[in-house]
Write a protein that binds this ligand. Structure first.
Ligand code: SAM
Ligand code: SF4
Length: 298
């Protein structure tokens, strides 16, 4: 899968590179593969026979996650993101966060959540040292939100979660919106108006084929360029330079200073050439691509 070298154009020190010589800087750790939602673009309920959850006895223990992360950090990883499944379902997560924040070399420790348990956990997450939060929120239409979550989620609950996270001191929360044509694309502007003028950053994500029977069809993809055009009919935006090499979101800011939005265009503008991510699965396999079918068992 990978090698340790020092000589690639992207690398600047002893670096873990994948087979395409891309340095791994960004580690996504799936702390649990289960979820309390059944978003139709991710884990549709009717496909439950197609995905088998990893047995609890095979989950990496926190000690193991900590140890592996430490090794990755020694090899150049600086950013860590906890994800899932729904990461807030993993018991004792603040304990892991506390341990990870103490690792020298981690510059950024973030978590992506569906927000359903955030209201009750935000303060503890902040106190344990989590630096950044991403909340997934595809629409502000309560009925549609419920349908998109596979009849599991409540819009009010997620909005309450975001408010509690603000109270706990999280700023600049990223709000991920997966856009599907004919499903939620007509509600994009409501989200824009809701978050404009706050410190939070909407990120529109093109609907991807994540290879788990999510019935992906290209007709359901709304290209980022089209979303940008629709928003620009109402608000003036200008592009912002990437913060760092390998940043996947293309960023835009409102000309009147009311914040910024981003686009993740994995389908229409794949960013594989500069991708610096690896994913550690709940049972300890490392994947150098989200679309990879096979990982390496660590
Ligand atoms: N359960 C958490 C959540 O939903 O935020 C974390 C895990 S989820 C797999 C991570 C992100 O992937 C979410 O923002 C989700 O919207 C996005 N995602 C899931 N399936 C997707 C798909 N088919 N296309 C694009 N993004 C997707
Ligand atoms: Fe669960 Fe997140 Fe997948 Fe939705 S996108 S089913 S919340 S893991």
């Amino acid at each position: 899968m990978s090698s340790v070298t020092t000589s690639t154009p992207l690398a600047n020190s002893a670096t873990l590179n994948d087979a395409f010589q891309r340095p791994i800087r960004d580690l996504r750790i799936s702390v649990i593969d289960r979820c309390n939602f059944r978003c139709r673009y991710c884990m549709p309920e009717e496909e439950k026979d197609h995905y088998k959850f990893i047995e609890k006895k095979d989950w990496l223990q926190f000690e193991e996650i900590f140890r592996l992360t430490g090794l990755f950090v020694q090899l150049g990883v600086t950013k860590v993101r906890l994800t899932g499944g729904e990461p807030l379902l993993r018991e004792g997560l603040p304990h892991l966060i506390k341990k990870l924040t103490a690792l020298p070399g981690i510059e950024d420790l973030a978590l992506t959540t569906n927000g359903s348990l955030l209201a009750q956990k935000a303060r503890e997450l902040k106190e344990s040292g989590l630096t950044r939060l991403t909340v997934s929120l595809d629409t502000l239409d309560a009925g549609l939100f419920r349908t998109m979550s596979g009849n599991r989620g409540s819009l009010d609950g997620v909005l309450r979660g975001i408010r509690e996270a603000e109270r706990a001191g999280f700023e600049g929360i990223k709000v991920n919106v997966v856009v599907q044509k004919g499903i939620n694309d007509h509600t994009i502007l409501d989200l824009v108006r809701h978050f404009r003028g706050t410190s939070h950053v909407l990120r529109f994500i093109e609907y991807m084929d994540v290879g788990n029977c999510n019935h992906w069809r290209s007709e359901f993809v709304v290209p980022s360029a089209e979303i940008l055009k629709r928003i620009q009919e109402h608000f003036s935006l200008q592009p912002v330079k990437a913060n760092y090499l390998g940043e996947v979101a293309e960023r835009y800011q409102y000309l009147d200073g009311k914040g910024e939005i981003g686009f993740i265009s994995s389908v229409t503008q794949p960013f594989c050439g500069t991708c610096t991510r690896a994913r550690l699965s709940t049972d300890g396999k490392i994947y150098t691509c989200l679309f990879a079918g096979q990982g390496t068992d660590l």
